[in-house]
Design a protein around this ligand. Structure first.
Ligand code: FES
Length: 116
């Protein structure tokens, strides 16, 4: 299990939950959003609309290069969130400033802070 600390969309306090490692982030939080406990929105669920934009903050030494699939790279580049060089790079540094699509993020590690 991975501890998820979720905060965004005007939430007063972060929401702290556990999710199965290996699950997609959007699947891990889908029920919370449906219940109205999490103001995270998405449309396609397949990495094409760009609505599920998040930033990830990994715990200390859990950072590793990010390898995005082409669909995620293209959506982020189309939204002006990745440069052409970043879009073409084989991997990108894992940094909280790097935009990600929650429907492409695999939950892993001990703790993952997610903001939007
Ligand atoms: S929900 Fe559309 S890109 Fe993630």
């Amino acid at each position: 299990m991975t501890r998820l600390i979720l905060q965004g969309g005007g939430m007063a306090e972060p929401l702290d939950v556990e999710a199965p490692a290996g699950s997609l982030l959007i699947d891990a939080v889908r029920e919370l959003a449906r219940e109205g406990r999490l103001p995270l929105y998405w449309r396609c669920g397949q990495g094409t609309c760009g609505a599920c934009l998040v930033h990830l903050h990994r715990a200390g030494n859990e950072s590793k290069p990010v390898v995005m699939v082409g669909k995620e790279r293209n959506v982020l580049a189309r939204k002006g969130l990745l440069s052409e060089a970043e879009r073409l790079a084989p991997s990108l540094p894992d940094h909280p400033d790097l935009p990600r699509l929650a429907c492409h993020v695999v939950v892993e590690g001990e703790q993952l802070k997610v903001s939007w």
